[in-house]
Write a protein that binds this ligand. Structure first.
Ligand SMILES: [Zn+2]
Length: 603
């Protein structure tokens, strides 16, 4: 047993003692309540005897409000994270059967791997400093991708109506026979992040090779997000090939710069879709995002139903210049250092929120994942009612889960710093940009208030005038000011946390959940013969969907990728996807189109 484990053991013993103490107090409370209720009945007996109607109303009240206090039962787990059953097409079952058989053939698989490989070989890189489409020749590579798609997916291009939006973003409309049904919207992005030139040597296969080595498909975009792009194209192409004609229209939309915030692509797609189809015109939207994880006991699938907000804040200090040989106590750079230190000394504290998505996910794990440690399961389940268990759970996760802070709170990271031009000149200007990811229970406004409150004492101490988000907070009017600290939205791109996608009994949630359970249940991959459960997911970043809130309330960030099929993750060296996993994504897109086409769960 290592020191760390011994410490953990000691911490558990302390929790155990505390929990036992809480149990004792709870029993005592129950006894007191029981005695009080019993006395009330006793002393009221005569009154009740004389007023028979009163007896009835008192009994009702007691049974509804007081008795539950005596039994502090935890709800059964099935009520905590209810699950739907597998959903497979009925009317369209013939089409599904035909394609499932085809997708299982070696011939189809190799062809699909090559489709993805070919798309990876077109390096559609989204650079941060791209000028708008039409004003920057680096966009032109997207034309090569479009030509490739036309050649590789001829039936899609013969049968669907294609629209170029802001030149390079693409929207395809597949007309259904019943216009009263809201279309299904599937989205993905065509762009990828650049490859750091210094890391090219570290790649097992060249980053834009799209090489299939017998197990993996290699290259930038193989995980993010060309499986979404090529997976949806492949599913539609195959459905067309076997003669499927949709009842519900299907719309496909592909952004061009998701990796820099969707400023040219997703915004233009949003405007086009709103103008063409209207607000809330889509029954469901599925974009990249969550996936599933196969464990020894179960498969857990986590479609993203929430997204954190984002806020880049600029802290600028302006101070008098002069010769460095006669410096003040603090230069603007020194003062900026105080500001950064103050921010880092006052980090945002992450908390488990019982109504939060992350907490909901933990409850689902406790209810459905037999592989969870009994200790953690007990803590998660007890935390529903016990504040002490909730704090213990927080402490446990903060220690064991690297992502806890990011999933359960707002984060801050000082990412960009500038200031000073010459060693013999005092810097007149220094600035830092701090990136924040806003907790789904917070807001841009609350963050602004907190930042101002945290920084204000430093500004006062340094004698700086403080202008926080357009308001003068500390003014040294009348006294000599050491300079000014100005806090502002760095790029005017503050983003509130996304609206949370309806879950539970919501039709689209049931449709997606049932589809995922169906696809995994019917998979012939080794190790997939297990129960699947759905838990709500939340990414710490954003996707193009941050621009799509008005298109539908039913937004799911879900690409149906097994986390273990990614060789090394996205946005890094050796991005590669296990080829078999890509077939599962194609199966998912096929199932969701067919299920959505006939299901009464959608509007
Ligand atoms: Zn992506």
């Amino acid at each position: 047993m290592g020191v760390e484990e011994a410490r953990t053991g000691e911490a558990y013993r302390r929790f155990d003692i505390a929990l036992a103490e809480e149990d004792r107090r709870s029993t005592q409370r129950k006894k007191i309540i029981f005695a009080a209720v019993f006395s009330a009945f006793w002393f009221s007996a005569r009154y009740i005897f004389e007023h028979p109607n009163f007896l009835k109303s008192t009994f009702n009240k007691a049974s509804k409000e007081l008795l539950p206090l005596l039994w502090n039962n935890e709800a059964p787990s099935s009520a905590i994270c209810p699950q739907t059953t597998a959903l497979a097409p009925v009317k369209n079952s013939g089409y599904l059967g035909t394609l499932e058989a085809e997708y299982a053939t070696e011939e189809f698989r190799l062809q699909a791997y090559e489709s993805l490989g070919g798309a990876i070989r077109v390096p559609t890189i989204a650079y941060d400093d791209l000028a708008p489409p039409g004003q920057d020749e680096r966009w032109e590579i997207f034309e090569d991708l479009h030509a490739y798609l036309e050649q590789r997916f001829p039936l899609v291009h013969q049968n669907l109506n294609k629209t170029h939006v802001n030149k390079f973003a693409l929207v395809y409309h597949w007309q259904g026979s019943d216009d009263s049904l809201k279309p299904t919207l599937l989205t993905a992005h065509q762009d990828v992040v650049p490859v750091e030139p210094l890391t090219v040597d570290e790649w097992h296969h060249p980053p834009f090779s799209g090489y299939y080595d017998g197990e993996y498909i290699w290259g930038r975009g193989s995980c993010d997000d060309k499986p979404g792009l090529i997976g949806t194209f492949t599913a539609v192409e195959e459905l067309l090939r076997i003669g499927f004609k949709p009842t519900r229209s299907v719309v496909l939309a592909y952004g061009i710069d998701e990796e820099r915030g969707g400023i040219s692509g997703a915004t233009a797609i949003r405007d086009y879709l709103l103008a063409t189809y209207g607000e809330n015109a889509f029954s469901i939207l599925v974009d990249e995002g969550g996936g599933y994880r196969v464990t020894d006991d179960v498969i857990m699938s986590t479609p993203g139903v929430a997204e954190k907000g984002k806020f880049d804040v600029r802290f600028e200090i302006s101070a008098p210049g002069g010769h460095s040989s006669v410096p003040p106590e603090h230069t603007s750079i020194g003062m900026l250092a105080h500001v950064i230190k103050q921010l880092e000394d006052n980090p945002h504290v992450a908390h488990l929120n019982r109504s939060g998505i992350y907490y909901n996910l933990l409850q689902c794990q406790a209810a459905h994942d037999p592989g969870l440690s009994p200790r953690l399961r007990e803590l998660i389940q007890r935390s529903l009612k016990s504040h002490l268990a909730l704090s213990a759970l927080e402490a446990e996760l903060a220690k064991s889960d690297r992502l806890f802070g990011a999933l359960a709170g707002t984060t801050q990271a000082a990412d960009v710093i500038r200031g000073g031009v010459k060693t013999n000149a005092l810097p007149e200007h220094a600035e830092v940009i701090v990136n924040h990811r806003i907790d789904i229970h917070s807001s841009v406004g609350a963050l602004k208030k907190r930042i101002t409150a945290v920084v204000q004492p430093v500004a006062a101490r340094l004698g700086l005038d403080l202008d926080a988000f357009g308001e003068t907070v500390v003014s040294n009017a009348g006294q000599e000011s050491a300079g000014q600290l100005k806090i502002s939205d760095a790029f005017g791109t503050a983003l509130e946390p996304a609206p949370i996608t309806p879950m539970g009994d919501s039709g689209p949630f049931k449709l997606l959940s049932g589809t995922i359970i169906g696809v995994l249940g019917a998979s012939n991959r080794t190790g997939y013969d297990k129960k699947t459960f759905i838990a709500p997911g939340m990414s710490t970043g954003n996707t193009d969907t941050k621009h799509y809130w008005k298109l539908t309330k039913h937004i799911f960030r879900y690409g149906h990728i097994n986390s273990a099929d990614s060789f090394n993750g996205a946005h890094t060296v050796n991005e590669a996807l296990r080829a078999e996993g890509f077939i599962e994504a194609i199966r998912f897109f096929t199932w969701i189109i067919l299920n959505a086409d006939e299901s009464p769960l959608l509007e």
